[in-house]
Design a protein around this ligand. Structure first.
Ligand SMILES: [Zn+2]
Length: 320
């Protein structure tokens, strides 16, 4: 393969990752996998809450196996940090009483759920192991909210908070007050490239400010290792913020200069590669990220829907 013509998205990424399942607060666990999508777990008095479901029921079973190694309590709640198939379609495997997300995330399922599913499976087949185990149709929440909702696992609170748009229009985070732990979803990545194909670059930094104000003692980012102290939390939030602002500033500058999307991509890639090129899925994300940033820089607030067809046309235009 020629280095200047990388395979589409992550279609050539077949290497298995090592899974970690670490207790980062009392009864609060981080399921991480070297840059693959993470899951957070809270064990309460009478039930277990899972934050982000994994891509397929088969992959969700790897989470369930870890949970079963530490508790026999039923998994009662599955929370979706946002709508992206890779975090959602495993949800039915948990047999939870409730599946929760924001109203805005549910609107994205209605609007673009089917297209997103086909797009994501095409981009990263390794993350959809056992795709045949995905139930027909989409995963639908049983309850939604705007702003804030508290889940009570007995006397233990898990506070779900919508603190602004960022990675998508529907992002929420989970805050476990008695452990001072936050599950950030894809609003924060650590050593992994933030995916921005459905992002709101103008809003994301202020959303990160509100996340910082929580003062988390530990955090599960969307991808990458668990952040197990305040210094690591600050590094995760700060690294994400730096990537976003560097990317968006470079795209805005090129768009304002009248450069085409392809020219913009090539210049932004050259600008970001030295600082961020070793982050997981950098080459996968950057064409999608620059495409969305270019649209937003030109005034398009509502991200265009990615389809399998649009993905491949864009890839051919920027990377072909
Ligand atoms: Zn996502």
């Amino acid at each position: 393969m020629q280095p200047d013509k990388p395979a589409f998205a992550s279609s050539a990424d077949l290497g298995e990752k090592t899974i970690s399942f670490d207790e980062i607060g009392q009864g609060v666990f981080a399921y991480t996998a070297e840059g693959d999508p993470n899951t957070g777990v809270v064990i309460g008095e009478d039930g277990v809450l899972v934050f982000d479901a994994q891509a397929t029921p088969k992959m969700a079973q790897t989470v369930i196996d870890r949970v079963r190694a530490v508790t026999d309590k039923p998994i009662t709640h599955v929370v979706l940090s946002h709508y992206h198939a890779v975090r959602v379609l495993g949800a039915p495997a948990y047999g939870a009483r409730d599946i929760l997300c924001s109203d805005a995330a549910r609107e994205m399922i209605v609007e673009r759920g089917e297209q997103d599913k086909a797009s994501e499976i095409g981009r990263f087949p390794r993350l959809f192991q056992g795709a045949e185990s995905i139930l027909p149709g989409l995963t639908w929440p049983t309850a939604t909210f705007t702003g804030r909702a508290s889940i009570w696992l007995g006397r233990r609170e898990v506070r779900l908070m919508q603190i602004g748009r960022g990675h998508t229009a529907g992002d929420i985070v989970a805050w476990i007050p008695d452990a001072q732990v936050c599950f950030a979803g894809d609003l924060v990545e650590y050593g992994a490239t933030p995916y921005c194909g459905d992002a709101h670059f103008g809003d994301w930094p202020a959303t990160l400010d509100r996340l910082s104000e929580l003062g988390s003692a530990a955090m599960v980012p969307g991808r990458g290792a668990a952040l197990t102290d305040a210094t690591m939390v600050a590094a995760g939030i700060g690294g994400t913020r730096a990537f976003l602002s560097d990317l968006y500033a470079a795209v805005k500058e090129n768009a304002a200069a009248g450069r085409s999307l392809r020219e913009t991509f090539e210049r932004v890639h050259a600008t970001l590669k030295p600082g961020y090129g070793d982050w997981v899925i950098f080459e996968h994300c950057l064409p999608f990220n620059v495409s969305r940033a270019y649209d937003e820089a030109k005034g398009l607030d509502h991200p265009r829907i990615w389809t399998d067809e649009r993905d491949r046309q864009m890839w051919a235009e920027l990377r072909g």
